[in-house]
Structure formats: C-alpha cells, structure tokens
Write a protein that binds this ligand. Structure first.
Ligand code: NAI
Length: 696
C-alpha cells in the first residue's frame, strides 16, 4: 500500500486495483494541487505494471464539486482539467468513477472522462456551470450528448439541474448503481471488467444533428427561461456546434467560450451572488454564539403568511402549534396548510407519507395554553400595531421563559412591539416573503435589545427552512421594503410624468426583473400599499412630491388580481391585459397637476429605477440597517426578483462605476433635490475612490 501525504490525492492499492481518492475537504474541488496530484497518480497507474485498473473516488460527502471557484479570477495553471481527463481517456487500463455524493461541474466532467461511472444512493450529478454564468469547460457539452443523447444533454447543461442516482441510471449517465460497500463494489467492478475497455466518449461518434427547426425551438425555449442570462444559450450553442465537427474542434470551441465567459460581467455577478449567498450567514461577532435547538414552533395568525410559514416549517420537520382567533378560523387555517402541503405531493416534491407525518405534527387551536412547549413563536396577525401589541402581551404571559418571540411585520417598529413585553431581549423580527412556502428570503430583524443568541438561533432556523436569512436593523420596511417603497415613488413620478404602467413593467422585465413593479403591486394587493401610504401620510416631508394615481384605483375598489382588476385586468380564462380604464385616470391626474406628459425611453426608465434603488440602498447601509452591501444584494435577489445575473443593486452599482452613479444622481437632483439627494456614503466612497465591494 502506497500513500502520499504531499498532495490531496491519495493512491491505495486493493490487490491489483488502485483506489485514487481526492481528499480536498469539504467538497474535493479541483484546485491546482488536486490536478497536480491526479496527474501524478494517473501516470503511476499507467506505468505500474502491477496495477490493472483504478477506482476514482472522493473523500467525505462529495465525489467532487467541480472547479475551485476562487481560481476563476486567476490565470489558468497547468495541468488543466481537460489535460487530466485526456490522461484518463488515454489510460490503457480501466478507470472507474465511484460517485457516492455530489459530482458537479468539473467533477462530473472528470467522471465523464472515466471508462465507467458507478453511483451510490446519495449521488447527485449536475453540470451547474450556467448558474455561475459559465458553460462546462472540460468537455461536458461534448461528451454528455455522446453518452445520453442530445435532448437530455441540452436539458441538463442549459438548466444546470442536479439528478439523483436513479434518474442518472435511467438516463444512462451512470452504468450501475452501487450495492453494499462502495469501495468493495467498485474494486470488484474494475476487476471483473478490466479486459474490456470501452471506447472513450471523445472517440465515439456524436449523435446525429436533428433538423435545424429543432434547435430553433430549443433556442427559443432556453432564451425564454434564461430571462436575459446569456450562458444557457452559449451552452446550447456549444452542444449544437459539437454535433457537426470532430470532437477536438468541439472541445476547443467549448474551452474558448468558457474562457470568454469567465471574465464576463454576468459571470462576475453570478459568482458574487454565489459567495454572497454563503456570506450572509456569517455575522461578525456572532462566530462563537451557539444557536439554540428549536423543535417546536408556535405561529399566531393563520392567514396568508401564517399558513405559508406553517407549511415550510412542517416540511422542514418542525412541530407547529398555530393559533387563530376562533375555532372556525383555526379549522380554516389547518385546511389551508393541508391543501398547500398536498400541492407539494402533487408536484412530486413530497411523499404521501411525509404529508401525513407533517399534518400530524400540526396542532391548530385558539388557546394560548397550547404554547407551553414552543421554543420560538412567530406572530403573523394583521399589520396593526394595536393588535400586534395585544398579541405580544399575551405571548409574554403564556410563552415559556426563554422562548423567542418573533414578529412577521412588514413595516412596523419591532422595538415598539418588544417594549410591551418584559423580555425585549427575546423579541426579534422574522420577516418572511409571500408565498412563504416558496420565497427563499427571510429578513432577521434585530431590535435594539435583541440578544445575540436570539439572532444566531434565528439565522440557524432560516437555514433549516432552506431560506437565506439576512440580518437587518429596525427601520420602516427594514432592508427590502424600505428600498422598494423608495423606488416605487420614482415609478409613480414617471407614471404622472408620461409613462404607462405596462411600459414601466416591460422596461424593468427587460432589465431582468422577474416582474415589473405594477404587476407586483397587483399581485400583492394595492390595498396594502394604500394602507401603508395612509399610515405614513402624517410624517411625509412637506416638500416631497406625492402621486395619487394608485389611490384613485384603490378608491374604486381595484386592488389588483384579488379583485379582478388593478393596473391590469384579470380575465376568467387567465388572460392578463392592461386595464383600459387606468389610462384616462393617469391622464386626468397629470392634467390636474399641470404636467405636460413626455416620452420615457426604456433606458431612462431602467436608469431612474436603478438610481433610486441604489441611492436608498446606500442610505440603508449608511444607517447600519444592513451590515454589508452583499446583504442588500441578497435581499433583492432572493426577495424581490432582482436578476441574479446582475448580482444585486450594489454589485450593479460597482460595475457601473460609483462616480457615474453619483453624477447621474446630481443631474436628476437639479429637477427634484428632495428625491434625488445623493446618499452621503455614496459621496464619501466616490471621494475616496472606493467601491461598495470594499465594504463587504
Ligand atoms: P392575513 O390578513 O391574510 O392574515 C392575518 C390572520 O391573522 C387572519 O387569519 C386573522 O384571523 C389572524 N388574526 C388576527 N388577529 C389575531 C389574533 N389576535 N390572534 C390570532 N390570530 C389573529 O394577513 P397576512 O397577509 O398573512 O399578513 C400577516 C402579517 O404578515 C402582517 O403583519 C403583514 O404585514 C405581514 N406580511 C405579509 C406579507 C404578504 O405579502 N401578505 C409579506 C410579509 C409580511
């Protein structure tokens, strides 16, 4: 048995079979030292006459999670991954990939270079490069079609979706599913098959190219799904190109596209999002604070949000007690939760037995006495300070000592709510987004007196719900809604000055937003914004411009989708059309204020919205409401449909150039110095020649 400690690649002999283990924790990424190690041991396998074949595997929970993303910003160093794969294919002895955990990106490409692939029950295989704005760069788009055919290859490469062991076997992506001891199974597999070496994928003929029309359709569907992101289309094109040229030419083209994308703004943005998503959970000062274990959750209020929160908590395995005002409302909430869980079953995302178990973990009642075992309770009653205070007084009386008391308020001051209890250190905001069972963002709102372990526990709770928990401070609207509230004012101004709602929606959707602002308002209900504007009316600065168009719609009872019309009309057959009655209302309002309506280009609409968003976001930072620019980016990406491939508003601002942003703000401020007053943080950064990224 030979072992080498110098590199993170270990070779052990099991009889005549070499077991090569990548040992680069936690995910066995293909860093430069791993590639060097693979190069060395593969050469040993080729030259050592006592070795008949090899098993390639990974230590710990991953086979190999692909390239080391941090190396993307550096110049490539030899040997490259394609070099390693070439070496495997040239090996006259069988090399078999033992995939027991994730084989992602370069990890799967490495496996595709092997002569056979075996999968354990926990295997997950994917080419997720498009999610980082890239395409596979080590033969993935060339070898995969040769193994599983064009349709499957296009699906996997353009979506980046992972497949489990059974699906991988059904697709022909793996040759066998492992039974029993993994290493023993794989060693035995090599031992038995060593006389028949299959033709490496690179030397097999590519599948026959389908008629051009097939690719025209595929292209259209990829473009539709990618919503402005370029890499999925590039991946498709790389597959298409490879069908009509020799393997080596396809590979060269793929590598060239990969290298070009590596330095593209979209890939930079997606990589920023990749790291930011992981960084939000790391809170300076909380590293040593241990989260408490939570098993029992209480929820007060079983409306839209209470139901959604209950569904995601039950799915994640928590026991839930839900309190409503009356027995009828409590029953209704239970029915809503069960029906929503059932939808997951119907979509194949939950088994029937998990559904039954989840329903059994739910207690719905009206009696606060049921809260005797909860460790965390989330209030989700009406957005009304008086009602919320009353609920918190009762929670203070009934919830066991040490229970975390959370509010799901969207805008209200959590410190004021905490003050009605005798334990403000246990009070926190947990701001979920609608629909809570699907939206990934969770703002964790730390009050003036909230204890550090309460924050740490809530961030850990977010992770258990598979949510992205972002720490926020107390202010009206916290991070996300505060920025939203601000740029919606700008949207209203454009409406009164000349743009139509659907023009603004289209402009922002073509920027990459999941939905334009007016569609979002219709979806959420115009009454919510109306109530909020009325609440804020007494404190609105006297010189601030106020547009009443949305109020005019609300006065007519047009609250958006739920009332059948708002900015748009929602027909019974599902058709959505601009509401023809909105246009005259807008014109009347413009005329009433003596405004001569003018044309807004798509570019101007996008600029104004982005500048408003960035300026308010800078203020949110300056006031310490958000810890870092990356927290704001993740709030907008995970809660507000901001295109991930633009990285978030702060990353976008850096890419645009802060000096340019400031200059544009100052230009606009000449016509409205209240709205466009530049944030002092932005001015300071420009003065010092720094960026938002420097504050991360
Ligand atoms: P909702 O009106 O759908 O539900 C509120 C529920 O609370 C009702 O079922 C009501 O019966 C119940 N309730 C009222 N007083 C109660 C009491 N004293 N005890 C027990 N139950 C009581 O409201 P929704 O939309 O679920 O909102 C709840 C909270 O979540 C609000 O603070 C809202 O601002 C916030 N929120 C709402 C979002 C949304 O998109 N709907 C998004 C994020 C937060």
């Amino acid at each position: 048995m030979a072992q080498d400690q110098r590199t993170p690649v270990i070779l052990e002999q099991h009889g005549a079979i070499a077991v090569i283990t990548i040992s680069n924790p936690p995910l066995n990424t293909l860093s430069h030292s791993v590639r060097l190690g693979l190069d060395r041991v593969l050469t040993q396998v080729m030259t050592d006459s006592e070795i008949k074949g090899a098993v390639l595997c990974g230590e710990g929970r991953a086979f190999c999670a692909g390239a080391d993303v941090r190396e993307f910003d550096q110049a490539p160093q030899a040997p490259s991954l394609p070099d390693i794969i070439r070496l495997i294919e040239a090996c006259p002895k069988p090399v078999v990939a033992l995939i027991h955990g994730v084989a992602f990106g370069g990890g799967l490409e490495l496996a595709l270079g092997c002569h056979y692939r075996l999968a354990g029950s926990k295997a997950r295989l994917a080419l997720p490069e498009v999610k980082l704005g890239l395409i596979p760069g080590a033969g993935g788009t060339q070898r995969l079609p040769r193994l599983v055919g064009i349709d499957v290859a296009i699906d996997l490469v353009t979506s980046g979706r992972p497949v489990g062991a059974d699906e991988a076997a059904a697709l022909g992506l793996v040759d066998a599913l492992i039974e029993g001891d993994e290493i023993e199974f794989a060693v035995d597999f090599v031992d038995r098959g060593s006389t028949q070496l299959p033709v490496p994928l690179s030397q097999r003929a590519s599948p026959e190219a389908p008629p051009t029309s097939v690719f025209v359709d595929k292209r259209a569907s990829v473009v539709r799904r990618a919503r402005g992101q370029e890499s999925p289309l590039k991946a498709l094109e790389s597959i298409e190109f490879g069908l009509s040229v020799p393997f080596e030419e396809g590979l060269r083209n793929e590598r060239a596209v990969f290298q070009a994308l590596r330095t593209s703004p979209q890939s930079r943005a997606l990589r920023h999002a990749f790291f930011a998503e992981r960084a939000v959970a790391k809170i300076p000062g909380l590293e040593k604070t241990h989260p408490r274990d939570i098993q029992h959750l209480g929820i007060v209020g079983g409306g839209t949000m209470g139901i959604g929160i209950a569904v995601c908590a039950l799915k994640a395995g928590f026991n839930v007690v839900l309190l409503e005002r009356t027995l009828a409302e409590s029953t209704q909430a239970r029915e809503g939760i069960e029906a929503s869980l059932q939808e997951f079953v119907e979509r194949g995302r939950m088994t029937s037995s998990d559904h039954t178990a989840a329903c059994q973990r739910l207690v719905s009642d009206t009696d606060y006495g049921c809260l005797s075992t909860v460790e965390l309770v989330i209030e989700a009653v009406f957005e009304d300070m008086g009602i919320k205070k009353e609920v918190f007084r009762r929670l203070d009386k009934y919830a066991p000592e040490g229970t975390i008391l959370a509010t799901n308020t969207s805008y209200l001051n959590t410190d004021e709510i905490a003050a009605v209890t005798a334990r403000p250190e246990d009070v926190i905001g947990l701001h979920f987004f609608s629909p809570a069972q699907l939206m990934r963002l969770l703002e964790v709102v730390k009050g003036e007196k909230t204890a550090p372990h309460v924050v740490a526990t809530c961030l850990a709770f977010a992770r258990r719900l598979d949510k992205v928990g972002v720490l926020a401070g107390v202010c009206d609207g916290f991070i996300g809604n505060r920025i939203l509230f601000h740029y919606r004012k700008q949207v209203d101004y454009m409406l009164e000055d000349g743009a139509m709602p659907w023009e603004i929606d289209q402009a922002m959707e073509s920027f990459g937003m999941a939905m334009g602002p007016f569609r979002v308002m219709d979806q959420a209900g115009l009454d919510i914004g109306w109530a909020n504007r009325q609440r804020l009316a007494p404190t609105r600065p006297r010189r601030e411009r106020y547009v009443e168009i949305a109020d005019r719609l609300c006065e007519r009872g047009w609250f958006g989708r739920k009332s059948g019309q708002g900015w748009y009309v929602y027909q019974a057959d599902g058709t959505v059309l601009p509401n023809p009655e909105v246009e005259p209302i807008i014109h009347t309002e413009s005329a009433r204020h003596g405004i001569e309506r003018r044309f807004f280009s798509v570019e101007e609409i996008q600029n104004r919205v982005m500048l408003a968003m960035i300026n308010e976001a800078a203020r949110v930072l300056e006031e310490g409401i958000a810890l870092r620019p990356l927290d704001i980016d993740m709030v907008k990406v995970f809660g507000y449909g901001f295109p991930r491939w633009r990285g978030g508003p702060m990353h976008f601002a850096d890419e645009t150039g802060l000096d340019e942003i400031l200059k544009a703000l100052k230009d606009y401020a000449m016509t409205d110095d209240v709205f466009w007053k530049p944030s002092s943080l932005l001015e300071q950064l420009v003065r010092e020649g720094r960026t938002f990224s420097d504050l991360n």
